[in-house]
Design a protein around this ligand. Structure first.
Ligand SMILES: [Zn+2]
Length: 151
């Protein structure tokens, strides 16, 4: 790292500590020429994920939008805000781990359904009915029957 005081190109790290729950590393450095002490921060560059929609269009991934969609399905259901945040965080973490740049909207929908199913069946069915755009009522009913049949 170039020294901000004398522009010399060599330094020694004298202290490293992780901050913000390990998301950032703060390093204290000392210039090997003039002895000036300065600080640098290091963090992971987050790439912007793009969602590939079913109609072929692209859209920037938005955590807020995902949360709103799940909340909409969970209206008046006994799912607390912290539970909702955990669910959304898990999905975001999974897609950020599994996809580098582009994630199909169908993958996100599937993940939401998998998690909602374990948390609240009514919210699950509401989300499923929107997400899958059931062709008719009987399709929706068969989904309910599957759910009941599994118990
Ligand atoms: Zn220096």
């Amino acid at each position: 790292m170039r020294c901000p005081k004398c522009a010399h190109d060599d330094d020694k790290v004298i202290d490293s500590r992780s901050i913000r729950n390990g998301d950032v590393i703060r390093r204290r450095r000392v210039c090997s020429k003039c002895g000036h002490r300065f600080t640098t921060y290091e963090e992971v560059v987050k790439t912007v994920l793009t969602v590939l929609k079913r109609d072929g269009r692209h859209e920037d991934f938005s955590r807020a939008k995902l949360r709103a969609a799940v909340c909409h399905a969970a209206v008046k259901r006994p799912i607390s805000d912290p539970q909702m945040d955990i669910l959304v965080d898990e999905i975001v973490h999974e897609i950020e781990t599994e996809y580098e740049r582009e994630v199909p909207s169908t993958v996100i929908g599937r993940k939401v359904m998998d998690k909602l199913e374990k948390l609240d069946e009514v919210a699950f069915l509401r989300f499923a009915s929107v997400y899958r755009r059931f062709r008719d009522a009987s399709q929706f009913l068969s989904e309910i029957e599957n759910l009941i049949g599994r118990q």
